[in-house]
Write a protein that binds this ligand. Structure first.
Ligand SMILES: C[C@H](O)[C@H](O)[C@H]1CNC2=NC(N)=NC(=O)C2=N1
Length: 177
């Protein structure tokens, strides 16, 4: 059973949010659209607010996964940290929390270039993502700490470092009109 615990703004496409924002329909559907729009906005506001008080995850170092004090984090802690990497989704797959984010790459080879850039980050930190490249241009990266079977801060650090990569030449821009 795979479900998204905390939909990220990235799962609500910009044009959908834009459309949701301008449609003035009445009834339950319109109320749901309005609440979705507000949820998306408030998630961004929360992320901005949380950004002020926390050190930038992308500047931190991962803890070796074989250290004895390594423990999975609580779901509450994961919900707090996900605010610092708002483009990622927090998913629960068979009872295990993971981070997940998807991109469309421009070509198959650019997908492999993407993986190489991510691999360089992972090797430098000694903490590695699960990499998926399917139907030639769909990239998905999942992060979890295998040694403890759940999420640790290292997963969020890698996610933040991936978000800092300059991928403009490799991935398609999101349609955001
Ligand atoms: C010895 C070395 O630290 C471990 O094998 C590392 C390698 N990279 C890893 N990456 C991830 N995501 N989880 C791990 O448990 C893990 N363990």
């Amino acid at each position: 059973m795979r479900y998204i615990l905390f939909p990220r703004s990235s799962t609500v496409k910009c044009n959908q949010v834009h459309k949701l924002g301008i449609e003035q329909g009445s009834g339950a559907l319109s109320r749901r659209r309005k609440s979705l729009f507000e949820a998306t906005s408030s998630a961004k506001e929360r992320k901005d607010a949380s950004q002020i008080s926390k050190p930038d995850l992308s500047t931190k170092k991962c803890v070796p996964c074989n250290s004895i004090e390594m423990r999975t984090m609580t779901e509450q802690a994961a919900h707090e940290l996900i605010l610092q990497v708002p483009e990622w989704d927090l998913v629960n797959e068979g009872g295990r929390l993971r981070l997940s984010r998807s991109w469309k790459v421009k070509t198959f080879l650019k997908g492999l270039e993407f993986f190489q850039a991510v691999a360089n980050v992972a090797e430098a930190e000694g903490h590695h993502p699960d990499l998926h490249l399917v139907e030639w241009n769909n990239v998905k990266i999942e992060l979890w700490t295998h040694a403890v079977g759940g999420l640790t801060e290292s997963d969020f650090i890698i996610a933040a470092k991936i978000d800092r990569l300059n991928l403009h030449d490799l991935v398609r821009r999101k349609a955001c009109k």
